[in-house]
Design a protein around this ligand. Structure first.
Ligand code: NAI
Ligand code: MG
Length: 396
């Protein structure tokens, strides 16, 4: 096997312990790689005024594959206050290094699988007929456009003349917003392009085709957000006709989806959405299959791909003498990485090992025991981050 180089970016807080444990699991499955460390996150914002240093971008350019833990970000004023004294007052602006990484490398395809592990105590249950309780099996892949839409960053407070005059050419703006004094006006745009909308929709169709699904669900709001949501739905419908005649397009509004997923989540297997709605619906489904301790994701571009748990840096838990957070989300992100680079057999083995640990039910992190995450949970039956990884490794 060719030895890969993987750029590991632990970031802040719990990013480091979960990534460390994840790499032990990768070693145990026999994945041969060199790991090079990429600096990212709050520490580098404070010290260097840049949360995504150029050297990290270079590493990703060179090696193409990244494993990322989590970062901390804070509001504008806090960001400014924590900058190193020599960098203060230079008008350096904080930006999200994750969003920047996605945009820089065009990581436009975000995939977030949400799949039930049998016997996970965090699995969603619902009332059935009479007094019965049902535990539906959730198995959905969410395709989220990762670089455009409401998170595209094209926004203004107190917009300048050109922008304001352009807005005034729109009859709805004139009718409904012209009364507002300009300094009191904030505008965030939702831009979709045909190229990138087509790419995310095609990725969803290909996935459905490879797994024999007969439907993809577009989760937008085309009846209200006609131009952008409407574009995605139309592209999907045309693509179905032209290239995937055996896969039909279901149109479910994002708000209705948040209701349906608590009623019949087993009815959905492939969902495609824009940036923000994809973010929302994937968190919704993640909540049905274990929440943040289980939610993994892939950010895939034409050249570079970065794999990360969807949770953040959980600063509350960052300084515990023994880390207690669940490393499964990070481990499953590495599984997605292995699949992406063609190491599907190793990916399947790790996934099976995780399934077995969860199914056996002997080893549980505090979240699986529904405990408050206090430092002493390990004395109350919960395992540490390391012990959870050990259990997975033992199954390998
Ligand atoms: P968070 O995801 O860091 O934590 C929320 C809560 O979820 C935690 O307090 C903990 O109870 C639980 N949790 C998270 N990961 C867990 C795990 N692996 N195992 C068990 N329980 C887990 O979100 P929060 O508190 O909103 O944000 C904290 C910081 O992280 C902020 O600075 C935020 O900006 C950043 N953030 C970064 C993300 C990223 O790096 N991708 C994503 C979300 C937030
Ligand atoms: Mg999110």
């Amino acid at each position: 096997m060719e030895k890969r180089t993987i750029v590991t970016m632990p970031g802040d807080g719990i990013g480091k312990p979960v990534l460390d444990e994840c790499i032990r699991v990768l070693d145990a499955v026999g994945f041969k790689a060199n790991y090079v460390n990429g600096d990212i996150g709050w520490e580098f914002w404070c010290k260097e005024g840049n949360p995504l240093p150029e050297r990290t971008i270079k590493l990703l350019e060179e090696h193409k594959i990244g494993l990322f833990g989590a970062i901390t970000s804070k509001p504008k004023d806090k960001a400014a206050a924590e900058l190193a004294p020599e960098l203060q007052g230079k008008n350096i602006q904080y930006y999200s290094p994750i969003v920047a990484m996605r945009q820089h490398f065009d990581l436009d395809l975000c995939m977030r699988p949400c799949k039930t592990f049998p016997s996970n105590p965090l699995n969603f249950i619902r009332r059935g007929a009479g007094t019965s309780i049902e535990e539906p099996v959730v198995d959905v892949m969410i395709f989220r456009q990762n670089t455009e839409g409401l998170y595209g960053g094209v926004e203004w407070t107190n917009p300048g003349d050109l922008v304001y005059d352009a807005l005034m050419t729109h009859p709805k703006f004139r009718e409904n917003f012209a009364w507002c004094p300009r300094p009191e006006l904030a505008v965030s745009t939702r831009i979709f392009t045909k190229k990138y909308t087509t790419r995310i929709v095609r990725a969803a169709f290909e996935y459905a085709k490879n797994r024999g699904y007969s439907k993809i669900t577009v989760c937008e709001k085309p009846n209200v957000i006609r131009e952008t949501s409407g574009m995605m739905l139309k592209i999907a419908q045309e693509m179905s006709k032209a290239d995937y005649p055996n896969i039909w397009v279901e149109d479910v509004n994002i708000d209705a989806m948040m209701m349906w997923l608590t009623k019949n989540p087993e009815n959905y297997n492939v969902i495609v959405a824009g940036n923000m709605f994809g973010d929302i619906v994937s968190d919704g489904f993640a909540g049905l299959v274990g929440g943040l301790g289980f939610a993994c994701s892939a950010n895939i571009g034409p050249e570079v791909a970065v794999f990360e748990p969807t949770h953040g840096s959980a600063p509350k838990y960052a300084d515990y003498p023994v880390s207690i957070v669940n490393p499964i989300a990070m481990i499953l992100s590495a599984v997605m990485m292995l699949d992406h680079i063609g190491e599907s057999e190793m990916a399947a083995r790790i996934k099976k090992a995780v399934s077995e640990v969860v199914a056996e039910g002997k080893v549980k992190a505090y979240d699986m025991l529904k405990m408050k995450g206090t430092p002493d949970v390990v004395n109350q039956g919960a395992v540490s981050t390391k012990a959870m990884a050990d259990a997975v490794i033992a199954k390998l």
